[in-house]
Design a protein. Sequence first.
Length: 455
Amino acid sequence: MYPDVPHLSGAGCGLALLLELDAGETGDNLETIRLGSRGPSVELLQLALTRAGYNPGGIDGVFGPLTQAALIRYQRDYGLIPDGVAGPLIWARIRPYLVGYVRHTIVAGDTFWDLSNRFNTSVNAIATANPWADPQQLQIGQTLVIPLGFEVVPTNISYTSTLLSLVVEGLRMRYPFFETGSVGSSVLGRPLHYLAIGNGQTEVFYNASHHANEWITTPLLLKFLEEYAEAYAINGTIFNTRASELYSKAKLYVVPMVNPDGVDLVTGAISSGSPAYETARSLARNYPSIPFPSGWKANIQGVDLNLQYPAGWEIAREQKYAQGFNRPGPRDFVGTGPLTEPESLALYNFTLARKFALTLSYHTQGKVIYWRYLDYLPPRSLEIARRFSEVSGYPYEETPAYSGYAGYKDWFIQTFNKPGYTIEAGIGVSPLPLSQFDEIYADNVGILTLGIVLA
Ligand SMILES: [Zn+2]
């Protein structure tokens, strides 16, 4: 099914694969882009070209001459019309570089070793992705998932709901022990993805991107999941902890993007001129001092999803109204009642249906751990906050009175009397730049690991 795979001379760490179109998986709805285009789709193309071994001149979301030249080289190498335009055919061709795997139909003589060399991956990665396959008895005509030789979670490009869907698919295919699904849908119908890993009795829950312009927390959780899965697959460690120990300790559930519509607005996937963008812009005009769209925290209807939970919601409303946040807008509007928004309601229902022993809600910014709600003191919540503080360098603090109500953490603590935390990662003005990602990850990988160990 696959022709011989050419290796580009000098492409070193890059990959050069001739890939079959898989018509069943081209429904990503990516726009056609060309010289002069801008935005997250351009970043996706630049990421794919980079992973394929073609240098687009960096990943900056601007389709300039270097990106065009890289695309034309790619098109020439694969016998496509070298027009430098990325339309549906190109998106389908480069998709494996976004999901991080290809399918390969076994032919006579194939071995895992041979395939790992041909696709620049490892025998272990192939074995992990195909737990049913017996490498001693490969059956001609059966289809293998071949993970490509790079990590699937990018940490150098803007996140969008489309990128999240691609990454979730990639993680699931490369590590079939992930459970994936959705906890509901956003206002605009985007899936609220979850991933779960582990088989312990205890259940733990991490979520990120309640707030649109805090989307850097999404790759934070995804990267942790990938590192954890990689470590588990090779019987290795993460943050000096055996992944197999984490796996048998607890089942970890992660919702990496609670607010996909809002994230898409902030990162440009919902672009100027579209109805959703223009509606949001008109809501933002009520708050002219907040930059648009970069200051947008709310969901696409202008409701702050972390002021939606039934824990002191009326007090939150009073406080926020007094501050002038009395109608839909970029931030701090509590809505017309608790849980009016599908995203918050989905998390609420998901939480009620399980027995989480501990939750982490990731936000930016401030480098601080909030661990309390009013006078509730769930057993061990202070002790665990101290441990989190030790491994991250983030201090643990009382929640400031002006934002002390109606958040997910507040509701979780009040309802279940279990430890729940809001982590404000990184420092600066949200959206934090991706240049801060590595530091944020290094600061938080200990918390993410200990959250499972200590739950
Ligand atoms: Zn936040």
